[in-house]
Design a protein. Sequence first.
Length: 463
Amino acid sequence: MTAPSSATAGSATASRSSATIAANGAELRRLRLPVGWPAVPAPDVEPLIRRGAVPDPAIRAQAAATIAAVRAGGAEAVREANGRVGGGRLDGRLVIDRPVLAAAADALAPAKSAALDAAIAAVRRFAEVQRPVSREVETVPGVRVERRWEPLDSVGAYVPGGTAPYPSTLVMTVVPARVAGVRRIVVATPADPTGEVHPVLLGAAGRLGVDAVLVAGGAQAVAALAVGLPEIGLAPVDRIVGPGNPWVAAAKLELAGDVGIDLPAGPSEGMVLAEPPADPVIAAADLLTQAEHGVDSPAILVTTDEAFADRVEAALAPQLAGAARRDILATALEGHGAIVVAPDRSTAIAFVNAYAPEHLSIDVPDPEAAAAEIRNAGSVFVGPWAPESAGDYATGANHVLPTGGLARACGALSVETFGRFIQVQRIRREGLLALRPTIRALAEAEGLLAHRDAVERRFEARS
């Protein structure tokens, strides 16, 4: 059944859609934005927009307890946590070192080796243009201020694992660090249920010259990276990057005062902005791509055409029925899938910007014009030939992205994440003489007279 293209002004309406994902009984909820949104309130939309990436207090409390245990118990506490929640090796060994990683790289099958090399090369090409440049400026005669780029000494990269290996995430986190000039890189990843780390992940680490792989997952892995495990030769790192489950995100937040972090990453999320003549089968495939990440991954279609929404939803059923991860897909779509119908394109784009998706696929007439209006998104895929999976694996763009609306303030993982700028100030006598009245007046206004005197005594001593 085709409903009107816009809802009654004053609220968004949510309803069960006319087509169901028959194979699993899942249905996408449908939200209709009112004419005049966002000036006209839409209460049903607010929970989507203000979802957040920060785990709930119970998870943060559990992560804090694990961190405290690792601080007190070191490597044995990491082993205990691995044994309790999974992610450890059967023999309890925590670190895989460079010679083993190099051997794993040599043992990779030719096809996998070639695919890794292609992905590494593409990410490196994109990363190299991001390398920051040191600059110096003379603010007044005799005063030069330099902004000098310095790479971090050490970085810990968390790579999810356990149920499946993610060598692509290892590439995305390690290559920009290498381009930045980071001296020491440790990767943390959990073992699978049999206690093994997948050979392709170890091979990728060896290919990239990773210094060590810490076999641990969740909060215990993040804690070990941050505080170090000196009894097994693992020194703490300066910054921790990479996506993970809620316990990983919670641990990063808890440790942000001890170590630098990139950002807390919530469930992976995707949005498709599409309308005719887009192919509903492709739009459905793009929604499933995102839902495949996990049972809590949002997958949202935004459109101006209610009939098109019906066709996309109908196209989900046959694709879902034959999917390898059908149960995960169905759970994600039922719990976190949605269709948002907007009265016009400008309202649709306003909703996209308000939601700030991690991934955004655009398939509308004149997609470049629509893309130019997107201000808040982690990564944007423009046109019918730009699937999100291309960015996950092969284009060279980074797939470690802000979630939970953080794309309003944060961007993708980049070379800049792996370093910082140091300010260097060079002042000659004539420069300080020019600054002297400003320093004196402001220091006296703030009551910080020692600041004033540090300037005055220089001139008194040399008069």
